[in-house]
Structures are given as C-alpha cells and as structure tokens.
Design a protein around this ligand. Structure first.
Ligand code: NAD
Length: 500
C-alpha cells in the first residue's frame, strides 16, 4: 500500500516536473527560465526532481498579476468569496490522499500525520470561507456630534512565504484568510519541499478562483524570497520560518514600509509537576516532540520535570523513545520519518557532540541511522542544564532535552530563560498552580494538561524571538486588512468660524 502511494506521488511530482516546475502566474503554469535547483527525497536521499528559482521578471509578473487582479477580487461579494473558498476545501478533501502522499514523499513527514494535515488544510479554508461575508464588519462609535463608523478593507496584494515543515497545511493557514479578506496573493513555498504548493494553487483555480488572485513562484529565499519582500506593490508579508530569516525580512521590507506577520522558531517548555496525571503527561511529552519528526514549531523540545519525580518519569520516557517506530514515512505504522535534507540532518547530528561536550547525557539515540535517507534516531538528552546550547537553541529534530526543577518558581524561571516564546505546556492537577504558571510563562500560547490542540478561532503566535502578530479567528483579518474610520457629522455641531 505504501509503495502504491509512493509511486502515485512520484508520478504526480514528475508530472509537475515535466512542466519544469516553474511557477503559477495569472492563472497559468509558467515554465521557469531561472536557475534550476535539485529537490531531494528525504526517505531515500535521491533526487526527486528539480525546481526553478524565479527570475526577477517572473517574480515581477506574479506581483503584477496579483496587483491587476486585486481591485476585482476586493470588490467580489463576501458571499461569492465564501463559495469559492468552500469549493477549494471540497477539492482538497477529494484529493486529500494525493496531497498527503506528495507531502510525505517531498517532506519526509509521516502518513499518519499528513493524512490529517491535508484535511486540516480544507478546514482552514472552510473556517475563513464562513467568515468572508463579515470580514469588513466594523463598529459604530457615536459621540454627541458625530457618528463614527469603522470598516475594514483588504490591504492589497500580499506575499506569503512558508517553510518546509508541513508545507501544505501551513500554506492554507496563511492563504485562506488572505483570500477571504479580499487580498490577492503571491506565495513562495520553501525550496526543500515545493511540490504540494503547486497542488494547492492548481486546486484553487479548478475551484473557480479568478486568474491572478493567487500566484505561486518557486525559488530560493535569498533571491525570490528577498525580491518578494522588497517589492513595492506587495503591501504585507506573512512569513513562517526561522527567527533570523524574520529579521532579514524586516530589514528587506523596511524601505517599502512592509507590514509583517512572523511565525518563527521555538524552544517550547513542557513543565511536568509531581502532582500531574503522569501517564497522560508522558503521552503528551512523547507526542509533542517526536511527531512530525520533531520538525514542528510548537514541539515541546524542553522537558522541565520536577526533581521529585524525575528519575521514574525519565525512565519511562526513555523506554518510549527507544520504542518509537522509525521508517518509511508512507507506512501508516511509522511514527518518525526522515529529516528534510542532508544539511538539516548534519545540523541535528552536530548537537550530539555539543550535548556531550557540555556535559549532558545522551540517554537514547544520538546517531544517524545507517543506510539511505536522512534518518536520525529519536534522541533523549538527560542531565541537561539551563545554560547548555541544547537547552537554548532550536534543534528542530526528534530530540528532547530534559532539565529538572525544584519548585514552581524554579520551573517558571527556567521555562522563560530562552530567547523564544512560542508555546508552553503545563501539567499539574492544582488549578491555582496551573493559573499561576500559565500566566507567568513568556509564550504566546499555553496548553494546560494537553498537547497542542488547535481551535481555529483562537489566536496562534509567539512572543520574544518566536514571532510578531497572531493568526486565527479575527486576528488573521486584522493583519490582511486595513481598518478605516468614517466620521459622519450631525448637522448641528459647532464649527469654529475663522476669517469671518
Ligand atoms: P527558513 O527561515 O529557512 O525558510 C522559510 C522560508 O523563508 C523559505 O521559503 C525560504 O526560502 C524563505 N527565505 C529564506 N531567506 C529569505 C529571505 N532573505 N527573504 C525572504 N524569504 C526567505 O525556515 P525553514 O528552515 O524553512 O523552517 C523551519 C523554521 O520555521 C523553524 O525555525 C520553525 O520553528 C519555523 N516555523 C515556525 C512556525 C510557527 O508557527 N511559529 C511554524 C512552522 C515553522
């Protein structure tokens, strides 16, 4: 079964490839004339295909298409936008298996997660589709002489730049609200996993999205990504990726005063107190770092465990980590697949030496898996201290760092002592402690007695080096829309008479 899925996905990828996997501009596939780069299959380490870096002319053409399409799309009724976005969701559901298989082959993510992620992509479209008719709604703010009425208007053509982890789902999360708001889009997917983005833009057009409303350009960050963020006709950039890339984009967009929304890296703590339901906590700890191959922005990559339960909890944890099923990402039984790219594998592997040199214990894993593909053994670092690099830096692989704490104050201090602030997880049965700790954590999102369970109306995003702005619910519209106030005067308010 997994072989059939792989063959079908590879056929689909090669069908895209034979177009010379260029771009999708103004409603049409466009052969890329720019420099061609290789895309590798993470599970085999073999070339999967090629993609072309957009030339400056191709990027400009995509932006022009988005600019030209903007006035019409912005004035399409919310009900019509709603209908098209629902149709996109329907087609994603119809093609969910194909999307998931392409995603597994292209990014190395496991079928057990990607089959759900494709459906989540459809849910993202449905959620924002239903909000499209009300996107412009505002407030009435009367005074004695004036009626102030606010409304929101789409900001214009926007750039969406996405990373290689769960690329399809993440793209829908950004692109669906932009389209629902009435913006037009130029999307640049990550160069290491570009294929599912092509499926999305094709589906959107099959669903009836007008030409030019949603364009997709392939390319490298330093060339195509940079040009997109510098382009004067792009009014805002929604970016998901590394914190230092976010800084670069902010600089690149400064001259054109770009509005930016950043979802960046994380080094998220999961804090387990001695009074927690330890069986459930263990399930969540394992799930939140080893799912998605550890390449997950909200992964709980730091376990802060109370000293009184450390030994017993870590012993059980080590057993579970050693038993994780690593293998073919398309096999539904597989729990951990390969890392995305040789460079990323080298980066993750480099932390083994760093951990040992700093004095941590590599309790489980700690090495590559011999053979083809970019596989790395699920790894557990124990006896780590707060100042170690493995406790501070985002490794972005199936690697968990365990640090112990003595009491609540110590837990909060350690949890906050990193540059990041995306998510935090707290395990305790003490309601007062749950409230105190979740308030004190420097994070945009905190889950208490839970893994990351996303509810689309809630805000998603980070503080500190983990991001700027929030996604989800109405927060997405705040980013993609400008708020306007219209003040209507009563005809009897006094106007100063000058020069009479
Ligand atoms: P990355 O920053 O290297 O690349 C992300 C995207 O930015 C790619 O499309 C890349 O081509 C582009 N890019 C690179 N340099 C650019 C530049 N100068 N100008 C414009 N675009 C440029 O990130 P990655 O390695 O692909 O993804 C992993 C990172 O993403 C991790 O740090 C992870 O935590 C983060 N992430 C965050 C969230 C979140 O919601 N906070 C979600 C997923 C991933």
């Amino acid at each position: 079964m997994s072989n059939d899925r792989r063959s079908a996905a590879i056929r689909r990828i090669h069908a895209i490839d034979s177009d010379c996997p260029g771009h999708f501009i103004g409603g049409k596939a466009v052969n890329g004339a720019g420099q061609v780069f290789d895309v590798w299959e993470p599970a085999t380490g073999a070339p999967l295909g090629k993609a072309a870096d957009a030339t400056e002319g191709e990027l400009n053409a995509a932006v022009k298409a988005a600019k030209d399409a903007f006035p019409d799309w912005a004035s399409v009724s919310g009900d019509k936008r709603r209908a098209v976005l629902h149709r996109i969701a329907d087609l994603i559901v119809e093609r969910a298996d194909e999307i998931a298989a392409v995603e597994c082959v292209d990014s190395g993510q496991c079928w057990r997660f990607m089959s759900k992620a494709a459906i989540r992509g459809a849910e993202n479209f449905r959620f924002f589709a239903d909000r499209a008719p009300g996107a412009r709604d505002g407030q009435a703010l009367p005074t004695s002489g004036m009626m102030n009425v606010t409304t929101r208007l789409p900001i214009g053509p926007v750039g969406v730049i996405t990373p290689w982890n769960t690329p399809f789902m993440l793209s829908t999360w950004k692109i669906a609200p932009a389209l629902a708001a009435g913006c037009t889009v130029v999307h640049k997917p990550a160069e290491w996993s570009p294929y599912s983005a092509r499926l999305l833009v094709e589906i959107a057009h099959e669903a009836g999205l007008p030409a030019g409303v949603f364009n997709s350009v392939n390319g490298l960050g330093e060339t195509t990504g940079k040009r997109l963020t510098e382009h004067p006709d792009i009014k805002a950039v929604a970016f998901v990726g590394e914190s230092r890339t976010g800084s670069a984009i902010m600089k690149q967009g400064a001259d054109t005063l770009k509005r930016v929304h950043f979802e960046l890296g994380g080094k998220n703590p999961v804090v387990v107190f001695e009074d927690a339901d330890l069986d459930r906590a263990l399930d969540a700890v394992v799930f939140m770092i080893y799912s998605l191959n550890g390449q997950r922005c909200t992964s709980s990559s730091r376990l802060l465990v109370q000293e009184s339960i450390r030994e017993a909890f870590v012993a059980k944890l080590a057993e579970r980590v050693a038993r994780l099923k690593v293998g073919d990402p398309l096999d539904p039984e597989t729990e951990v697949g390969p890392l995305i790219h040789q460079r990323h594998l080298d980066k993750v592997a480099s932390y083994m030496e760093i951990a040992r040199a700093d004095g941590a214990n590599v309790a489980v894993g700690g090495e590559r898996i011999a053979g083809e593909g970019y596989f790395f053994k699920p790894t557990l670092f124990t006896d780590a201290a707060q100042a170690m690099r493995i406790a501070q830096e985002e490794i972005f692989g199936p690697v968990l760092t365990v640090i112990s704490f003595n009491d609540e104050a110590d837990a909060i201090a350690k949890a906050n002592d990193v540059e990041y602030g995306l998510a935090g997880y707290v395990w305790t049965r003490d309601l007062g402690r749950a409230l105190r700790v979740s308030q004190a954590l420097e994070a945009g999102m905190v889950w208490v007695n839970s893994e990351n369970v996303r509810h689309l109306p809630t805000p998603f995003g980070g503080v500190k080096a983990s991001g700027i702005g929030r996604d989800g619910g109405d927060w997405s519209f705040d980013f993609y829309m400008e708020t306007k106030n219209i003040a209507l005067a009563h005809d009897d308010h006094a106007i100063q008479k000058l020069g009479v």
